[in-house]
Write a protein that binds this ligand. Structure first.
Ligand code: UDP
Length: 218
């Protein structure tokens, strides 16, 4: 059976995740090819030694099965592409770096990308297409929704709930909640880089600073 894997997006995120994807196949002793998909491309080209093509060209490639890691930081683009892949019967592919630490009872949905040095501790539930970039961690009893994105170095402490499409900037830290009262980051909220989040944040806002405050739109 021939299997074809792809990293969707050949910009920063995709080019950083391709080596993680390669590591994963090597670990599984799977010699299948991994290509890049990027809709900015026409015809067939090459990126960092991998064949690269747009989605239409990828669909035309012969293979018994195809699986795709959507390596694009914008969560709404990830969702749009995930829906399209699903409609076309193509599997989402999770990629996990060799040195990621996964502890007990971490339930992670399909399509995730865990970069090098990420730690996911125990009793955690994570939704579809979660991206945790370099050196991020998720501590015990967190619940993370679909299409959530962590930039590098996010410190997500225990008993935190992060709703769908939230984006947590580089080096941000979020104070732990309690089992009775988890700290909640609302749907689609953006936590600015280096922010220190000490209390729950509503949906659809941007918070910055220490302690993190809502950035008022002018
Ligand atoms: N892209 C795509 N199809 C889409 C939307 C985006 O192939 O429907 C590609 C786009 O051409 C670009 C990449 O995804 O190469 C997104 O790169 P960007 O530099 O915006 O951000 P990154 O997610 O790599 O940080």
């Amino acid at each position: 059976m021939t299997k074809l894997y792809a990293v969707y997006g050949a910009s920063g995120c995709g080019r950083s995740l391709m080596p993680v994807a390669r590591q994963q196949l090597a670990r599984e002793a799977d010699t299948s090819e991994i290509v890049f998909i990027d809709d900015a491309l026409t015809g067939m080209s090459s990126v960092n030694g991998h064949r690269a093509m747009n989605y239409q060209v990828f669909l035309n490639q012969a293979a018994d099965a195809k699986a795709v890691q959507i390596a694009i930081a914008n969560s709404f683009v990830r969702e749009k592409i995930a829906n399209r892949l699903e409609a076309d019967g193509i599997h989402l592919w999770s990629v996990i770096a060799d040195n990621v630490v996964l502890m007990d009872q971490a339930e992670i949905a399909i399509g995730t990308a865990l970069s090098p040095f990420v730690t996911i501790t125990s009793n955690i539930k994570i939704g579809k297409c979660f991206h945790a970039n370099l050196y991020s961690y998720v501590e015990h009893d967190c619940v993370i929704g679909d299409f959530v994105t962590f930039a590098p170095g996010v410190k997500c402490n225990g008993n935190i709930h992060i709703e769908d499409h939230a984006y947590i900037g580089a080096g941000a830290m979020i104070k732990q909640g309690t089992p009775d009262q988890p700290l909640v980051i609302g749907r689609g909220t953006i936590v600015g880089m280096g922010a220190v989040v000490t209390k729950s944040v509503p949906a659809g806002v941007t918070v910055v600073g220490n302690p993190a405050r809502i950035l008022e739109q002018k």
